[in-house]
Design a binder for this molecule. Structure first.
Ligand code: MG
Ligand code: MG
Length: 253
């Protein structure tokens, strides 16, 4: 069931989203060679819990053990923070974080370069961000979920990259994952119609190489089968009235 949020619920999600954005900004300040992903996770958890009424969405969600998903290079999503995972110059680190505040969630992700990175990695970051922006541009009442996926896919594939198929964006609210699914591929005018007050997470996962994925033995970390680099950017948005652009809920003040 697709739920429509009240203006008050959307304000609460925006408040959660501001904490999410501030968490990503805090993590970004600490991304550097020699830092462990577990250190970043601890900073993030302490920061989120310092806000009254807020807690990390991921910790315990489907038994995930941490506040952040930290995914390095060919890891696409769902990497588990570890004291043994030390960032190295040239890495790409994807950080995904959700915050629950007063009964509602917000969800965002960004991929950070660790020091200078290759030209291909820089292009991947630019293209994945552009793909997210293209998807956001289609997130308007009257459009369909397929308009978002089509826009994301076109940007990624025009650049010669591929989009992950098996993992998708999603509705979000009192549950972290709600309907509808929001794929990063698709055809215009297909899929559920977007209605004002829907809140969805749009989250392109873009690979330099082929789209195929596999899950590591830890049962969480999802990687590219061909070992190519992957990037992930995500915002939670509320669909506006009368075809207006969406309100991005995971922005800083
Ligand atoms: Mg996320
Ligand atoms: Mg998400």
């Amino acid at each position: 069931m697709i739920t429509i949020k009240s203006p008050r619920e959307i304000e609460t999600m925006a408040a959660a989203g501001r904490i999410v954005a501030a968490t990503l900004a805090l993590v970004a300040q600490h991304v550097a060679p020699g830092v462990s992903t577990e250190h970043l996770d601890r900073l993030a958890e302490e920061f989120i819990r310092s806000h009254p009424g807020a807690r990390p969405s991921f910790k315990g969600l489907y038994d995930f053990p941490a506040t952040l998903c930290t995914s390095i290079n060919d890891e696409i999503v769902h990497g588990i923070p570890s004291p043994k995972r030390i960032l190295t110059e040239g890495d790409l680190l994807s950080v995904d974080v959700g915050v629950w505040l007063d009964g509602l969630h917000a969800d965002s992700a960004a991929t950070f370069p660790v020091g200078p990175v290759s030209a291909a990695a820089e292009q991947l970051l630019r293209v994945t961000q552009a793909a997210l922006q293209a998807g956001l541009g289609q997130a308007r009442a009257g459009n369909h979920v397929g308009d978002i996926g089509s826009a994301v896919q076109q940007v990624a594939e025009t650049a010669g990259f591929s989009v992950v198929r098996e993992l998708v964006g999603h509705g979000i609210g009192s549950s972290f994952h709600e309907e509808p699914q929001v794929p990063n591929y698709g055809k215009p005018k297909r899929g559920p119609r977007l209605v004002a007050g829907m809140t969805i997470a749009i989250e392109p996962m873009v690979n330099v190489g082929a789209p195929e994925i596999r899950t590591l033995d830890d049962k969480w970390t999802v990687v590219t089968v061909d070992g190519s680099l992957s990037a992930h950017f995500e915002h939670t948005v509320a669909i506006g009235q009368n075809g207006a652009p969406p309100r991005i809920l995971t922005l800083a003040d």
